[in-house]
Ligand binder design. Structure first.
Ligand code: TYM
Length: 328
């Protein structure tokens, strides 16, 4: 049976947080255990360069993501992990794709506009090109479905458009990739506004956070008096209830909702129990991470092996595309 290939990635901008873990990593871990799939975990170092970054810490950040992937359960026997810039075929394929997508389409993307607002001094070609490179990452492996959080949906839409245009214009056979929705496809921010994000201080819990740190972060989540006529659908309380559902189950969430509508919720104990439940899931990940941190040679070997597998496939797709486009 031909295996279905799946690629997904995370930018090398530091350690993983719960949004990355629940929105993407957990979905990938499920696929790696399914013999019908061949799974590629990528560290997007080139995408990390699209916003201001420090060259002195980029190597460390790449390594952090690899460690987080492995600690979270990536099994090199069943999945590959590689660093984006080690496979230059992605960049070449992205250039070919850039011939079928307009500047206007890219500059109207909400994700681009948000970054322009965030970094007005850094509106570069690389930033505009972001979704084209991402389309190349995905389509190089002919990925049909991939776990990504909701924030990546505009990029998937561009990827589908590129695939369609390449198929129409050059008779390529790219799939039109769809989001594989995980339970945690949208993890709200601890600040009560928007989503959990690396670029918003106070919004996230890292996979490496100790119990004490998680408790401190929860202490700052804005709440209310704990009771009312309807359960809040946004803000800090809604964020806490989402995490309760994900880490303690739907029934526990319902219990709190009932309390909210009657005698009232005690946020102190809710936060305490939730912190404990999250830490229980993170504890084994943190233990594995500490072990792996002592084995840099092993980690390098895993990345090297992953790159070898990835390059072969990306090379095939690139050659096929070049042939269709009349370059060879
Ligand atoms: P990045 O590094 O911003 O995020 C990595 C993954 O984590 C998900 N995520 C979330 N999911 C749910 N709730 C949240 N609050 C949350 N925050 C982050 C993201 O949706 C993403 O799935 N462009 C990508 C990196 C990339 C990529 C690719 C992904 C480059 N090439 C090819 C897939 C396929 C990004 O910025 O990820």
């Amino acid at each position: 049976m031909e295996k279905k290939r799946v690629l997904s990635g995370i930018r090398a901008t530091g350690r993983l947080h719960l949004g990355n873990y629940l929105g993407m990593v957990k979905g990938m871990l499920e696929l790696q255990d399914n013999p019908g799939y061949e799974v590629f975990f990528m560290v997007a170092d080139l995408h990390a360069m699209t916003t201001p970054y420090d060259p002195k810490t980029l190597q460390k950040n790449i390594y952090e993501v690899v460690l987080d992937y492995l600690a979270a359960g990536l099994d090199p026997e069943n999945a590959s992990v590689f660093v984006q810039s080690h496979i230059p075929e992605h960049i070449e394929l992205a250039y070919l794709f850039s011939t079928v997508v307009s500047v206007a389409r890219l500059s109207h993307l909400p994700t681009y506009k948000e970054k322009v607002r965030q970094y007005p001094e850094n509106v570069t070609m690389a930033l505009l090109y972001y979704p084209v490179l991402m389309a190349a990452d995905i389509l190089a492996y002919k990925t049909e479905e991939l776990p990504v959080g909701d924030d990546q949906l505009p990029h998937l839409e561009i990827t589908r458009e590129i695939a369609r245009k390449m198929n129409e214009k050059y008779s390529c056979n790219f799939p039109e990739p769809q989001q594989l929705k995980t339970e945690g496809h949208y993890i709200p921010s601890l600040t009560g506004e928007g989503k959990m994000s690396k670029s918003v201080e106070g919004s996230y819990i890292n996979l490496t956070d100790e119990l004490g740190v998680i408790k401190e972060k929860f202490a700052r989540v804005p709440t209310d008096v704990g009771r009312g006529k309807s359960v809040p659908q946004e803000g800090g309380v809604a964020a806490l209830l989402s995490l309760v559902e994900l880490f303690q189950g739907e029934d526990k969430r319902k219990e709190y909702e009932t309390e909210y509508l009657s005698e009232g919720v005690q946020y102190k104990s809710l936060k305490e129990e939730l912190a404990q439940a999250i830490f229980e899931e993170l504890k084994p990940i943190q233990a594995r991470r500490k072990e792996l941190d002592q084995k840099p040679k092993y980690v390098d070997r895993v990345i090297g092996g992953g790159a070898e597998k990835a390059r072969k496939i990306a090379r095939e797709t690139l050659d096929e595309t070049k042939r269709k486009m009349g370059l060879i």
